[in-house]
Design a binder for this molecule. Structure first.
Ligand code: NAP
Length: 361
């Protein structure tokens, strides 16, 4: 048998590389083993990719009987998703935070889309949304809930972020999402459909300066993972979307600049001394650099959300964007202490820098 394997690998090697018959027996064994390993890996990977491509194209049936509730549709990913779903014949309940956002979206789509004004932080508003949707869906129940609404409020050191800012971000991103999911679970269980939640690439990589946002998204990711396992055998699927940076209202350079300066405006004298004026400029440098590379195709996030909702075999988690794969993927793989050197801020620039250094010696 080994003779046969040798002969085959010799033949293939002589076609693509060089004639191996002149080599010694040991060299031929090593070369054949290396060749077979590489060949097997390529075969397994390409077979996986082909099967994945075929399987991922399969879509659930009867799209015209499916209805989906999306939160945060005034702008960004939610708005794009609502329009994409309507184009595919899915009935959409688009939750908007403002009347203006709802009216604008309604004027741009067909009667398959109905808007409702929902503030996910208000239990009464969520209850009203549940009543509104329950009265309008058939016996199939609600196929999908997309927890998309989310906010980011500051880009500054944790101690310069006010308690109110922390509370607001956690209130919208965590308790708001939790309250919507809780309320809609009975309808979703009935259809054995999907709960799709927009987390972030920062759910799993500690990014300094956005502690409140990253904390909320990490908690959201864990919330979804627990829920996914609780419903593992029920048919209801719980899926997360984890985008890197995409150009939307949330990442507009002007709003990011406001987020950076907001924290420093309210910083105490002692905090200003500790961080020094340079830290704001340091963060702004990072923001400017990042916004040059921020992804201009938010539609690809909406496409991932649509896939999570409508594919027959959806994935558990959808990282979206090259930074989500390359930078954040790399950061997840390396040891935490190496990551600290990459993402850790420089030593404080302020007057206390020397005290700080002495203290750490
Ligand atoms: N853009 C990115 O790079 C990025 C990356 C990772 C994750 N995400 C996440 O993706 C999701 C969508 O963000 P986006 O980038 O599309 O930004 P966006 O355009 O600001 O969309 C967020 C939406 O949520 C709405 N919203 C805010 N507070 C709400 C509340 N209390 N109740 C209901 N709706 C509320 C906003 O309404 P208004 O417009 O009226 O304020 C807006 O329509 C968010 O969860 C965000 O954290 C974004």
């Amino acid at each position: 048998m080994f003779e046969n394997i040798f002969r085959i690998s010799d033949k293939i090697l002589s076609i693509f590389l060089f004639d191996t018959t002149s080599l010694g027996c040991a060299d031929r064994v090593v070369l054949s083993a290396a060749f077979l390993t590489v060949f097997t890996l390529i075969l397994i990977t390409s077979s996986y990719l082909v099967v994945d491509l075929i399987v991922s194209r399969k879509v659930v049936g009867q799209l015209n009987k499916k209805s989906v509730f999306v939160t945060g549709c005034d702008s960004g990913f939610g708005n794009l998703l609502a329009k994409s779903l309507v184009k595919r014949g899915v009935k959409v309940f688009a939750g908007c935070l403002t009347d203006g956002g709802a009216a604008q979206l309604e004027s741009e789509t067909s009667s398959l889309l109905q808007t409702l004004v929902v503030d996910i932080t208000q239990r009464e508003s969520v209850k009203k949304a549940l009543d509104f949707i329950s009265r309008r869906i058939g016996s199939e129940g609600l196929w999908g809930l997309v927890n998309n609404a989310g906010v980011m409020s500051t880009f500054s050191p944790t101690e310069c972020t006010s308690y109110e800012d922390f509370e607001r971000v956690l209130h919208v991103n965590i308790t708001g999402t939790l309250s919507v999911t809780h309320a809609f679970l009975p309808l979703l269980r009935k259809s054995r459909g999907r709960i799709v939640t927009v987390c972030s690439a920062t759910s799993t990589v500690a990014y300094p300066g956005i502690t409140n946002y990253a904390t909320s998204k990490a908690a959201l990711k864990m919330f979804c993972s627990c829920l996914r396992r609780e419903f593992f055998n029920s048919g209801l699927k719980v899926i997360t979307i984890e985008p890197g940076g995409f150009r939307t209202n949330l990442t507009e350079q002007e709003s990011l600049a406001n987020m950076v300066h907001k924290g420093f405006k309210t910083a105490t004298k002692e905090q200003q001394d500790f961080y020094g004026g340079n830290i704001a400029e340091y963060i702004m440098g990072g923001v400017r650099l990042a916004s040059q590379y921020v992804n201009n195709r938010p539609q690809s996030v909406a496409d991932a959300m649509a896939h999570a909702l409508l594919a027959k075999y959806p994935k558990i988690c959808y990282p979206v964007g090259y930074d989500a794969y390359l930078f954040f993927g790399f950061m997840r793989m390396i040891p935490e202490w190496v990551g600290d050197y990459i993402l850790g801020w420089p030593a404080p620039y302020g007057r206390q820098c020397e005290d700080f250094k002495q203290h750490n010696d």
